[in-house]
Design a protein around this ligand. Structure first.
Ligand code: AP5
Ligand code: ZN
Length: 214
């Protein structure tokens, strides 16, 4: 199964990706995680991306399209994948179409901005795996530690309230038009499209996705 997770920063894409990966046995392609790994490794891409990400802006379409095409060509993506954070602009979506990369379903996670801003302050992540937690809504078994490795959890550099608001503004401007884009493709029978109410608790949403995609 090939799935696109569409939604604002903090809408719960990474959280539900963990559930979908396990349930359907497909890899998560999180472009944000790929960029953070590049920053950590100190690659040229990482050095370029760091300032852009810390400012809450988007990395250039050319770089992102190249990165994702290369990733999708890997053998573990042959039976499907979960795109988390890509495409994020119309040119990125067009590039997928032009490359003939079709998807079975697009899931839009709808969450109002004020709920997102309130949520982001409590996010904690495991940098090695991208696993994501929330101090109240999705706490790790042991405070501040990853459930699988026991390693420390961190706060992402772009989770400051000011940066979150900037990311939300860019989402509305550059990414939200993809909702209409994929609804149109769905009307043409080229993909399925589902809007998911992302304000409910994590388990309720996972259950709905399991039934929907079952
Ligand atoms: P990226 O890492 O993709 O960030 P994002 O899209 O802004 O999304 P987030 O990871 O912040 O949120 P999420 O929806 O995954 O929410 P999560 O599940 O963590 O990208 C980072 C940056 O990289 C971008 O700003 C850009 O610079 C660059 N970039 C990446 N892709 C790019 C591209 N294609 N083109 C250009 N630039 C690109 O949940 C958030 C919190 O809420 C967690 O604490 C979680 O536990 C909690 N939570 C989740 N679900 C619920 C729930 N139902 N109820 C209560 N709490 C919940
Ligand atoms: Zn994420």
């Amino acid at each position: 199964m090939r799935i696109i997770l569409l939604g604002a920063p903090g809408a719960g894409k990474g959280t539900q990706a963990q559930f979908l990966m396990k349930t359907f046995g497909i890899p998560q392609i999180s472009t944000g995680d790929m960029l953070r790994a590049a920053i950590k490794a100190g690659t040229e891409l990482g050095q370029q991306a760091k300032a852009v990400m810390d400012a809450g802006k988007l990395v250039s379409d050319d770089i992102m399209i190249g990165l994702v095409k290369e990733r999708i060509a890997q053998p573990d993506c042959q039976n499907g994948f979960l795109l988390d954070g890509f495409p994020r602009t119309i040119p990125q979506a067009d590039a997928m179409q032009e490359a003939g990369i079709d998807v079975d379903v697009v899931l839009e996670f709808a969450v109002p901005d004020d709920v997102i801003v309130a949520r982001m302050g409590g996010r904690r992540v495991h940098p090695g795996s991208g696993r994501v937690y929330h101090v109240e809504h999705n706490p790790p078994q042991q405070a501040g530690k990853d459930d699988v490795t026991g390693e420390d959890l961190i706060i992402r550099d772009d989770d400051k309230e000011e940066t979150v608001r900037k990311r939300l503004a860019i989402y509305h401007e550059q990414t939200e038009p993809l909702v209409a884009y994929y609804r149109t493709l769905a009307e043409q029978g080229k993909t399925a499209f589902h809007k998911v109410d992302g304000t409910r608790d994590v388990e309720t949403i996972s259950k709905e996705l399991g039934e929907l995609l079952g």
